[in-house]
Design a protein around this ligand. Structure first.
Ligand SMILES: Nc1nc2c(ncn2[C@@H]2O[C@H](COP(=O)(O)OP(=O)(O)OP(=O)(O)O)[C@@H](O)[C@H]2O)c(=O)[nH]1
Ligand SMILES: [Mg+2]
Length: 400
């Protein structure tokens, strides 16, 4: 693998309610970026995300699956997380190691209530997150109704990034609210730019104004421009989106249909443009050690039938080499994962999420370094699931 051609990395968790389409979205992301040549389907049991026998049998994700791809010169490592509430802790353990999260949810007002504990966790940890409203082919409510339902469970303001274009019951494309360019979905290819439909001009303007006003709540310069009725340059809007997403001040919302790859490239473009780089996440967590000794944290522990124990880690600082001794245990292999497949690496640098072999005695959540004393140095995702289940979404809305 040619590491030198890449200028950076981003680690992104794919999270959200049960069966919202996370594993399908991962498959689509891997397919449109060329990491896989044949796109699998959850029902056929041949996706990268659900490749274990248990996941295939149950047709649901039962543990974290990591897969990497390249896009725009950046290595993206995605963590496809289970949606079922019984695996919530698994998801939280992984979330603390990523730079951003994509919350996949259905455009169904009743189901979005389930997102309350997840949003709470993301905001407690200030993990930048955006929403991908999947299954837009099944959207019965209007986009305004879905946003209203979502806003009731998110303490951060939502910022609609794309306005849907409907033809009858069907969503056929979207308008990008920053560039005001309309696009028509195109099976098997990127969406085609098309003229903005006349009938949608007023709705588009209203949605764009709402987006800009929300962004201006955190940017006085933009606020002044809006008050003086100056149309802000696109570059300024992109910068605000990046800054405000990175600081977990806003939650941008995208739409699509992962099964058909619709909306997946714009989502990737947004991650490329707006998701924080690993160094920014390290800084945001307050992780600063003077020397460049390696510092990593275990996000997930696998027991594989062939390879034995594998620890999925986020490298926060320094570089981990194969054979290095961390917490008194020798690293027995470094791997980049693609679902069940492993690719050997000789080392892993800061910003990477990789699997380390044979770290006997090391648990999920542990901090890894040359110094065994630091085993509990980094905070763990220890929020009790029980307390989160009891948190009423209505109570959240009332205290906002
Ligand atoms: N109609 C429609 N169905 C979709 C779309 N995306 C995914 N699905 C279907 O939704 C079902 C669930 O998809 P998954 O990708 O397994 O969902 P998931 O969120 O990974 O599920 P868990 O990990 O078990 O929570 C599958 O039958 C998919 O084919 C879409 O855009 N439109
Ligand atoms: Mg899944």
């Amino acid at each position: 693998m040619n590491e030198r051609a890449l200028s950076g990395s981003r680690n992104v968790a794919i999270v959200g309610p049960y069966l919202s389409g996370k594993t399908t979205l991962l498959e689509s992301l891997l397919s449109v970026t060329g990491a896989i040549s044949r796109k699998g389907r959850v029902v056929d049991g041949n996706t990268v995300g659900d490749s274990t026998a248990e996941a295939r049998d149950r047709q649901m994700t039962v543990e974290i699956n990591a897969a990497s791809t390249e896009y725009g010169g950046i290595r993206f490592t995605f963590l496809d997380c289970p949606g079922s509430i019984e695996f919530a802790q698994e998801t939280y353990n992984a979330l603390i190691g990523v730079d951003a999260a994509v919350v996949v949810c259905e455009p169904n007002c009743d189901r979005v209530l389930n997102l309350s504990p997840l949003f709470q966790f993301l905001d407690d940890w200030e993990i930048p997150h955006l929403i991908f409203l999947n299954k837009m082919d099944r959207a019965h409510a209007s986009i305004a109704e879905v946003l209203q339902a979502l806003q009731a469970v998110s303490s951060r303001p939502l910022v609609l990034h794309q306005y849907p274009i409907r033809q009858g019951e069907k969503i056929t494309g979207f308008i990008d609210l920053v560039s005001e360019q309309a696009y028509q979905y195109h099976p098997g290819a990127p969406a085609d730019p098309v003229p903005l439909p006349d009938a949608l001009k007023d709705q588009e303007q209203a949605a764009r104004t709402e987006m800009l006003e929300t962004l201006a709540d955190f940017d006085d310069h933009l606020l002044e421009e809006l008050l003086e009725e100056i149309d802000p340059p696109q570059e300024e809007i992109w910068q605000d989106l990046k800054m405000e997403l990175g600081a977990d001040l806003i939650v941008p919302v995208f739409i699509g249909m992962a099964e058909q790859d619709f909306g997946v490239r714009p989502l990737l473009d947004a991650l490329l443009r707006e998701a924080p780089a690993p160094e920014a996440t390290t800084e945001q967590r307050g992780i600063t050690i003077e020397e460049v000794n390696p510092l990593a944290q275990v996000l997930k522990t696998y027991c594989t039938p062939q390879g034995g124990k594998l620890s999925l880690v986020r490298v926060w600082q320094g570089t981990i080499s194969d054979g290095a001794v961390l917490n008194g245990v020798r690293v027995g292999g470094i791997y980049q994962l693609m679902g069940q497949q492993q690719q050997s690496l000789t080392e892993a640098a800061a910003g990477a999420i990789v699997a380390l072999g044979r770290l006997e005695g090391i648990k999920t959540g542990d901090t890894l370094s040359f110094d065994s004393q630091l085993v509990n140095a980094l905070p763990k995702a220890e929020r009790s699931i029980r307390s989160m289940l009891w948190r009423s979404p209505l109570k959240n809305a009332a205290t906002r």
